[in-house]
Design a protein around this ligand. Structure first.
Ligand SMILES: C[S@@+](CC[C@H](N)C(=O)[O-])C[C@H]1O[C@@H](n2cnc3c(N)ncnc32)[C@H](O)[C@@H]1O
Length: 266
C-alpha cells in the first residue's frame, strides 16, 4: 500500500498508518478515518490494532535511531558538533547530515546556498557531497558562528575558496544572489521565514535543483493541528505549499526533526 493515501496497509503482517492525508496535519483526510489514522481494516479488532500500533511505534523509534546513527561522524564533525553545543546552536543530526551529503552528491552539486551556517556541521556534510570544484555560499546573522564554521571547513580539509560566507539576515542577502545559479538550497534558519525562503529558492534554483528545509516537524508540533503556535502554523503552511506546488516534486524525509525536500521541475 503506498504511503500518503490515508489508508491502512500491512507491513510485516502489522497494520501501519499513513498520517499525511489525515486531519493530523490539518490537511483534508478521508471522511471515515479513525482519529486521523485512516480507516480501520475489518480484520483488525480494536485491541489487536492498538497492540500492533504500540509494537510498530516501538519498532519505528528504534529504526529511526538506528538510521540516524547509521553513518558515523568523524572527529572533524564531532568537534564541530561540540562547538555547536557550546554555542547553544542546534546542528543537524548525523542522519540529516548524511542525507544532505547524499543529496548534494546525487545532484552533482556545484553551487549550494545554505541559510543558517551555525558552527558548520551541515556545511561540512554539504561540502563533502558537492563536486570538488563546488562552492558553498552560507548565510548567517552571527559572525562568531561563521568563524567557527570557517574553522570546521578548514579542519575538514576544504580550501578557503570552497566557501563564501555572507553575514546578514537571509531576507536581505537572498535577493542579492543570482537567479537560476544554484543546484541546492538548504534552509536551516528562522522557521517563520521558511515560506520566504521557498520563494527565494524557486528563483535561485536551476531547473532540476533541490530545496531542503530542516526541522519541518517542529518536534512534532507541526504534525498536530492542536498546536497553533506561530512556528507550527508556519511549518504546516510550508508543507502544504511545497506539497501542492506544480513546480516541485516533494518528499518529506523523517530524519530527525523532518527534512522537507523538493526538486524544482525542469
Ligand atoms: C539551527 S542553526 C543552523 C545550524 C547549521 N545548519 C548546522 O547544522 O550546523 C540556525 C542558524 O540560523 C541563524 N539565523 C537565524 N535567523 C536568521 C536569519 N533571519 N538570517 C540568517 N541567519 C539566521 C542563526 O544565527 C543560527 O546560527
Amino acid at each position: 500500500m503506498p504511503a500518503g493515501d490515508g489508508t491502512w496497509g500491512t507491513a510485516a503482517r502489522l497494520p501501519y498508518v499513513c498520517l499525511t492525508r489525515g486531519p493530523i496535519c490539518g490537511f483534508p483526510g478521508p471522511a471515515d478515518t479513525v482519529a486521523g489514522r485512516g480507516p480501520r481494516p475489518s480484520w483488525a479488532p480494536a485491541a489487536d490494532q492498538e497492540r500492533a500500533e504500540r509494537a510498530i511505534t516501538g519498532n519505528r523509534q528504534a529504526s529511526w535511531a538506528f538510521a540516524d546513527a547509521f553513518v558515523a561522524e568523524d572527529d572533524v564533525l564531532v568537534r564541530a558538533r561540540a562547538r555547536s553545543h557550546a554555542a547553544g546552536v542546534r546542528a543537524v543530526s548525523p542522519g540529516t547530515g548524511a542525507a544532505l551529503r547524499l543529496l548534494a552528491a546525487a545532484g552533482d552539486a556545484k553551487s549550494v546556498v545554505e541559510i543558517g551556517t551555525g558552527t558548520g556541521v551541515s556545511g561540512v556534510h554539504l561540502l563533502r557531497g558537492m563536486r570538488r570544484d563546488g562552492v558553498l555560499t552560507t548565510v548567517d546573522t552571527e559572525p562568531d558562528r561563521q568563524q567557527l564554521a570557517r574553522e570546521a571547513y578548514r579542519e575538514a580539509g576544504f580550501a578557503g575558496n570552497r566557501s563564501r560566507f555572507i553575514c546578514g539576515p537571509a531576507l536581505d542577502v537572498l535577493p542579492r544572489l543570482t537567479d537560476g545559479g544554484y543546484d541546492l538550497v538548504f534552509c536551516d534558519a528562522d522557521r517563520l521565514e521558511y515560506l520566504d525562503y521557498l520563494d527565494a529558492a524557486l528563483r535561485l534554483l536551476r531547473p532540476g535543483g533541490l530545496v531542503c528545509f530542516e526541522g519541518a516537524f517542529a518536534q512534532g508540533r507541526a504534525l498536530n493541528a492542536a498546536h497553533q503556535d506561530a512556528e507550527a502554523v508556519a511549518l504546516r503552511e510550508l508543507m502544504r505549499a511545497v506539497r501542492d506546488s506544480s513546480l516541485l516534486a516533494p518528499v518529506l524525509l523523517p530524519t530527525d526533526d523532518g527534512l522537507l525536500c523538493a526538486v524544482r521541475h525542469a
